[in-house]
Design a protein. Structure first.
Lengths: 138, 247
């Protein structure tokens, strides 16, 4: 073999590629994955709104009225609509994962995946209805 | 029905070129041909210098994994008909160093496999006189899915986390660890959890989920990793709430 700086007998020159930063834009499944990960931002957004609401509550009626007025602004409404869609998407992906991450046994038998998934959705619906009922009646 | 179809194959000959190039080959199109048949046709009739791995031709050995039009597949189980009218782009498995043409370097994967201790670990070996370790069909079923892995590495090629963080233990190795954890004859779950709770283990996974989509044996490595995360988190809570308990 002739001498070659890039290739010697015992150390073949491997070709390596780097994963580019925008690796995810070529395939829809990867874009969906990034979107799902981004929903965490909106989960955090809801948590922040709640914290600001509690702060306004502690600062007295005036501050609370101002906070409620902000909630009614177009910016806030748009943000809430986007956040709601994102959080629903987040919840659905999470509940769909449940039967794969959780394996339960009932006696000797394994609980079917459909039952685990269904119980997640039912629990979600029940909790949502109870909260909605409390908010409407009080 | 076309009579010919074009394959664009990544060629990398380190003694000739610093960067890979794509070479086009026209092969006869036959309905019953898989990509591997076309590669063998090229090797036998058009260009004997083309390098690639293959062995069993029946989806068992796991040697012929390649990227076909950007997706990792077993070339012995992927019909050309699916890609009509072509051209079909064939590349080596993504995320691995390329040695030559379609041949990748797999020692990293081999080390990772060994790292997760994929064998039956006993706290105390039972003497031979006591006979074999018994297992009921129901106990076998608990891990059967994870034992179907043929080490074809398609899941590593599909995993962007492995692409970005090559230190990640990766889908197949973690699924294999789960295969032994769920085996009633094994007692090594604690040792493996310790290994896989490290930085390069289960928590690296962000659940892209593509490993399970490309798996030709329906092992569902993504599911295995998520189950492992649940077990890891449960173990952590237990040790926090009951530090006196025997973990």
């Amino acid at each position: 073999m002739t001498h070659n700086s890039r290739y010697s007998k015992y150390h073949p020159k491997w070709y390596r590629t780097r994963t580019p930063i925008f690796w995810w834009i070529h395939k829809w499944v990867h874009v969906r994955f990034i979107l799902r990960e981004m929903t965490s931002v909106f989960v955090a957004f809801y948590a922040l709104v709640l914290l600001f609401q509690i702060r306004a509550l502690t600062q007295g009626p005036e501050a609370y009225t101002a906070f409620l007025a902000w909630l009614k602004t177009p910016v806030s409404i748009v943000l809430h609509v986007v956040a709601f869609v994102a959080v629903v998407f987040h919840t659905i992906t999470w509940l769909n994962l449940m039967p794969r991450a959780m394996v339960l046994h009932f006696g000797q038998k394994r609980v079917p995946k459909a039952v685990i998934a269904a119980s997640g959705y039912i629990a979600w619906a029940v909790v949502s209805i109870v909260i909605a009922w409390i908010m409407v009646t009080t | 029905m076309p009579t010919n179809i074009t394959l664009e194959i990544l060629r990398y000959r380190p003694e000739e070129e610093a960067e890979p190039i794509y070479q086009r080959y026209e092969v006869p199109f036959r309905k019953d041909w898989v990509i591997l048949d076309a590669l063998n046709y090229i090797k036998d009739n058009l260009d004997g210098t083309l390098s690639y791995r293959w062995s069993c031709r029946m989806g068992v050995c796991g040697s012929c994994g390649m990227m076909v039009n950007g997706t990792p597949v077993l070339t012995c189980a992927t019909f050309m008909e699916k890609f009509l009218p072509g051209p079909i782009r064939v590349e080596p498995l993504a995320n691995f160093p390329v040695v030559r043409d379609l041949v990748i370097e797999m020692s990293d994967f081999m080390q990772k496999l060994k790292h997760v201790k994929p064998w039956i670990i006993r706290e105390e070996e039972q003497p031979l006189s006591q006979g074999e370790y018994l297992q009921t069909p129901a106990q076998r079923e608990e891990y059967e899915q994870f034992s179907m892995c043929i080490n074809c590495m398609l899941c590593y090629a599909a995993c962007p986390v492995y692409g970005l963080e090559p230190s990640f233990i990766g889908p197949a190795a973690i699924a294999l660890a789960q295969r032994y954890n769920l085996d009633n004859r094994d007692q090594g779950a604690k040792q493996r959890l310790e290994l896989l709770s490290q930085d390069d283990g289960i928590w690296q996974c962000t659940l892209v989920g593509e490993c399970s989509v490309v798996c030709p044996k329906h092992v569902d490595p993504a599911g295995a990793i998520q189950r492992y995360k649940v077990a890891g988190a449960t173990d952590w809570w237990k040790s926090l709430l009951m530090p006196w308990g025997n973990r």
